[in-house]
Design a binder for this molecule. Structure first.
Ligand code: ZN
Length: 207
């Protein structure tokens, strides 16, 4: 007998038939109680919307000033990559590369990979298979940490604020919004539905 959309509990192996879940509902394994699926509160296109928003915000985040700092007329404007350049010039090349990767390149690449995963099939097929994109996104997730960059800037502001005049630029706010978009995209994304579950993200088991 053919089963097109069986769901198997990863803990005990019990097989369930998928059903649709309403927002906020959970489906648990009938044998061991493991939560197998959750009903999404946002629509199925929410991850793509967050990813595209994040990618759009990445452009001004990379180009516009992050911080303007100065004292007695000597004003310096810093962008997202100014700190990377300074670290590189001072011989801390490994740290500079790490900051560049984790704070800029990988968050943007992760947004792109997630956007492609949720893009229409005809667009995604021209770039890579869903499996490759899914594995790439999961690998990037561990190293894409824009929130650390935000935290570093806020710490620098509190340290420098009492010494020199510091102004937050539009680039920093765009970067914060991009980081938030990435966070929301990750929270609303369902990797398993792409990688292994033919029933889809809202498929849920039933005894
Ligand atoms: Zn189970």
């Amino acid at each position: 007998m053919a089963h097109d959309a069986q769901l198997t509990c990863p803990l005990c192996g019990e097989v369930h038939r998928p059903v649709s879940l309403r927002p906020g509902e959970r489906a648990s394994c009938t044998r061991c109680g493991t939560v197998l699926a959750k009903g999404r509160r946002l629509g199925p296109e929410a991850p793509l919307v967050f990813c595209v928003t994040g990618l759009i915000l990445a452009v001004p985040a990379c180009l516009l000033p992050f911080i303007t700092a100065g004292k007695l007329g000597d004003v310096r404007v810093s962008t997202l990559f100014t700190g990377v350049g300074a670290l590189f010039d001072h011989g801390m090349r490994a740290v500079a590369m790490l900051v560049m990767l984790c704070g800029a390149f990988l968050p943007i690449a992760l947004l792109g990979a997630l956007a492609l995963l949720k893009a229409p099939e005809r667009i995604r097929a021209q770039v890579a298979s869903a499996g490759i994109l899914s594995r790439t996104a999961e690998a990037f997730e561990h190293w894409a940490i824009p929130e650390v960059q935000v935290l570093a800037v806020l710490v620098a502001l509190t340290k420098l604020g009492s010494v020199i005049e510091v102004t937050i630029g539009a680039g920093f706010w765009c970067y914060c919004a991009m980081a938030l978009s990435l966070l929301l995209a990750q929270r609303s994304f369902d990797y398993e539905s792409l990688a292994s579950r033919p029933g889809g993200a809202n498929a849920a088991p039933r005894p």
